[in-house]
Each structure stands twice: as structure tokens, then as C-alpha cells.
Design a protein around this ligand. Structure first.
Ligand SMILES: Cc1cc2nc3c(=O)[nH]c(=O)nc-3n(C[C@H](O)[C@H](O)[C@H](O)COP(=O)(O)OP(=O)(O)OC[C@H]3O[C@@H](n4cnc5c(N)ncnc54)[C@H](O)[C@@H]3O)c2cc1C
Length: 363
């Protein structure tokens, strides 16, 4: 191997860098505070034929128990600049900034548009990857553009919102261009002092009971109320990281909600009724298609909250959060597969995993 130009940490336990506290050691690890450092890491890895894994806060990633035989690059780029533009606020945020703190900052500046995404762990740079979303908002609703470093030619590139090809928990950075671009900065455009629209029933009910729906009419009080409601609901579901709560030792929801065509949904309904199902299948509207809550499918396939299998389990407060109960990545993945197979057997639907699963050996 060539002499490193950068100083790397060696044999770093990845469990210390993931919210699910799992993963063996990374043979090399580097915290990068500048684009130049990321570029140097990529050059070093190429020269030494090492695979590279980008890491943010580690809240949506599973590393293998065997560890990662390559270079893990942790993004730590900092800086946020805010510019007023009439009724709008434009925010340029570096990829290493904390997402939840950014949401708080924008609300403090009288903005709305991302308040439903309060309490989601992770860094800014990862939010476009899977188009982070919750309670009816998606980060893609407010992103104008982003900057990224192209690992193929080490040049910086800019992508407009349209070019990111956002979808439900998707973007080009997870599909066609998976592993190619390192996001360095994201630009958001947020509306100031506007009326907030909340359609998500659980959140709307909470707001109505605790604040009254009139609170939604006025800019900052509306965003503040939505934020506190979202945090309260998320806390109850152990969806806000809390080291004292074992149920938060997860990667969030492990499965995405399946999106079915109307025809597929009708056959699901038929199958459900034929098998003796009495209650109605809950749904969310998804632009002409039907989104079925994965949590409902998991529960009806026989998995209850608090279910345990060895060192892996299902959160006592959320049926989609697989948690580490002193186990291994292998046990989490085995439990996930068991759930996927049971749902498939019962409903003919293959649930898709949401987190990124890193393999031990890279070709
Ligand atoms: C308790 C809990 C609740 C959650 N709730 C939600 C929720 O409500 N909605 C939701 O959408 N998600 C949720 N998540 C998932 C997670 O928080 C988000 O996906 C978050 O954006 C991941 O950010 P991160 O920095 O931790 O990314 P990481 O987990 O570190 O990385 C995730 C992926 O993004 C890549 N990546 C990270 N940063 C960059 C970058 N700068 N450039 C290129 N690639 C990058 C990594 O290589 C990896 O493939 C939850 C997770 C937990 C643990």
C-alpha cells in the first residue's frame, strides 16, 4: 500500500457510529471536514484498490458483523447560510450538519415546510438519498438543488431538484447512481410565515386535541406546534433517539410501505377477506396508486410489537422498527427475512428493506 497522505484511524468499531449499535470494525476510517479531504480519501482508495463507504450519522445503515474491509469516510462538513428572498428563506447547508437541529433553526426563522420532519436522526447530506419523509412531508418538497462530488472523476457536480429524481424513499443516489456521488451541500427553499396544511390524520388529531386547529393559521406558532406534536408522537413510538430507551436502538422503519396499483390492491382485499380478514385494510393515497402501511402487513402476518428472536426484536412501540437487543447484524437480517417471508406467504407482497445494508466483501 502507498503511504497515506491523510491520517486514517484503523480498526474502528462501526457499532459506535450507528444508531443500532451494530457492525464490526472498519479497517480504515476517516472523518472528513472538507471536500478536499473527501477527494484525497477517494484518490487514496483508488490508488490502493480499497472500497469506500460513505457514512453520515449511521441511522439508516447496517454494517456486517465481520466489519468493513475498506475505507469508511464519515462526512463532517459544516456550515449553514441563510438568505431572505421575499416570502422565502434560502438555506445552504453543508452535508455534515445535523438534520434535526437544522429543522429547529428554520422554525426559529419563521419557516415552514420541514416541521413534520422534526426529530428524524441523521445528517443533512443523507436526507436526499432516500428523500426522507414523515407525516405527509418529504425533504424533496423543499430542496432546490444539491452539490456533490463525483467519485468517478473527483469533480463537483450540481443537481437540480428534478435531476435528483426523487420518489417515495428514493432518489437517483440510491438507484441508478448508488455509491457514485458524495453529497456535500444541500440548498433548501422554505416559505416564511405561511399557513401550514396538515393532512396526516394522527398528527392532525393530536394538534386538534392539544392546540386547536386554529394554531395552523399563523406562521411560526403553527410550525412550533407541529414540531412539538411530531416530537411527542415520535417519542411515544420510540422514533426519537434516546440512549435510555432500548426501543430506539434501530435504523428507524425497517420496511417501506408497499405501493400497489388499484388492481393489485383489489386482489389484496379479496385475499384478505377470503382468509377471514374482517377489518378494512388501511391505506394512504399515493397519486393514483394505493400505499398500504407495512406495519399493518407485519402485524397481520403474525408479528407483534415486543417480539424477540435471539438478540434481535421488534420495538415494543413500533412494529416496523427492528431493534438490537444485544444481538448481531446477522440476527437483525434473519428476523427481517422471516418477516418478509411471512408477509409474502400471507399477502403475496414482498416488503422492501429501507436501510442500506453494506456487504462484508466488495468486488
Ligand atoms: C429512530 C429513527 C427514526 C427514523 N425516522 C425516519 C423517518 O421518519 N423518516 C425517514 O425518512 N427516515 C427515518 N429514519 C432513517 C434515517 O434517520 C434517515 O434515513 C437519515 O436521513 C439517515 O441519515 P444518516 O446521516 O444517519 O445517514 P447514514 O445512515 O449514515 O447513511 C445512509 C446512507 O446514505 C449514504 N450517505 C450518507 N451521507 C451521505 C452523503 N453526504 N453523500 C452521499 N451518501 C451519503 C450512506 O452511504 C448510506 O448509504 C429514522 C432512523 C431512526 C434510527
Amino acid at each position: 500500500m502507498d503511504q497515506p497522505k491523510l491520517e486514517f484511524q484503523e480498526n474502528v468499531p462501526l457499532a459506535n457510529h450507528t444508531t443500532i449499535s451494530l457492525g464490526g470494525e472498519a479497517s480504515l476510517f476517516k472523518v472528513c471536514q472538507s471536500v478536499e479531504q473527501i477527494r484525497d480519501c477517494l484518490t487514496y482508495a483508488k490508488d490502493n484498490k480499497l472500497s469506500v463507504q460513505i457514512l453520515g450519522r449511521g441511522s439508516n445503515i447496517l454494517f456486517p458483523d465481520e466489519g468493513y474491509d475498506g475505507l469508511v469516510v464519515k462526512i463532517d462538513l459544516k456550515g449553514i447560510s441563510l438568505t431572505e428572498d421575499g416570502d422565502w428563506l434560502v438555506a445552504h447547508a453543508a452535508a455534515g450538519e445535523d438534520w434535526a437541529e437544522f429543522v429547529r433553526l428554520c422554525i426559529d426563522h419563521d419557516c415552514s415546510g420541514i416541521e413534520c420532519l422534526s426529530g428524524i436522526p441523521g445528517l443533512i447530506g443523507a436526507t436526499p438519498m432516500q428523500n426522507v419523509g414523515a407525516y405527509g412531508q418529504e425533504v424533496s418538497d423543499t430542496i432546490i438543488s444539491l452539490n456533490a462530488l463525483d467519485s468517478k472523476n473527483l469533480k463537483e457536480a450540481e443537481f437540480t431538484n428534478k435531476e435528483c429524481r426523487f420518489g417515495y424513499r428514493q432518489s437517483r443516489f440510491r438507484t441508478k447512481d448508488a455509491g457514485r456521488y458524495i453529497i456535500t451541500e444541500v440548498t433548501f427553499r422554505l416559505r416564511k410565515s405561511s399557513r401550514t396544511e396538515i393532512h396526516y390524520p394522527e398528527l392532525r388529531n393530536y394538534l386538534e386535541t392539544n392546540f386547536g386547529l386554529n394554531i395552523l393559521a399563523t406562521g411560526r406558532p403553527a410550525s412550533e406546534a407541529v414540531r412539538s406534536a411530531v416530537l411527542a408522537i415520535r417519542k411515544k413510538k420510540s422514533m426519537v433517539i434516546d440512549p435510555a430507551d432500548l426501543n430506539t436502538r434501530s435504523v428507524g422503519s425497517f420496511f417501506m410501505n408497499p405501493i400497489l396499483s388499484k388492481r393489485e390492491f383489489e386482489s389484496l382485499e379479496e385475499q384478505w377477506k377470503l382468509s377471514g380478514g374482517k377489518d378494512q385494510i388501511p391505506t394512504f393515497n399515493a397519486q393514483g396508486s394505493v400505499k398500504v402501511p407495512a406495519a399493518w402487513l407485519v402485524e397481520k402476518a403474525g408479528f407483534h410489537r415486543g417480539y424477540r428472536k435471539g438478540g434481535a426484536g421488534i420495538s415494543a412501540n413500533h412494529s416496523l422498527a427492528l431493534i438490537n437487543c444485544g444481538g448481531t447484524t446477522r440476527e437483525i437480517l434473519d428476523l427481517a427475512e422471516e418477516i418478509q417471508q411471512s408477509v409474502f406467504k400471507r399477502f403475496g407482497i414482498r416488503l422492501e428493506r429501507e436501510p442500506v445494508v453494506v456487504s462484508a466483501t466488495v468486488d
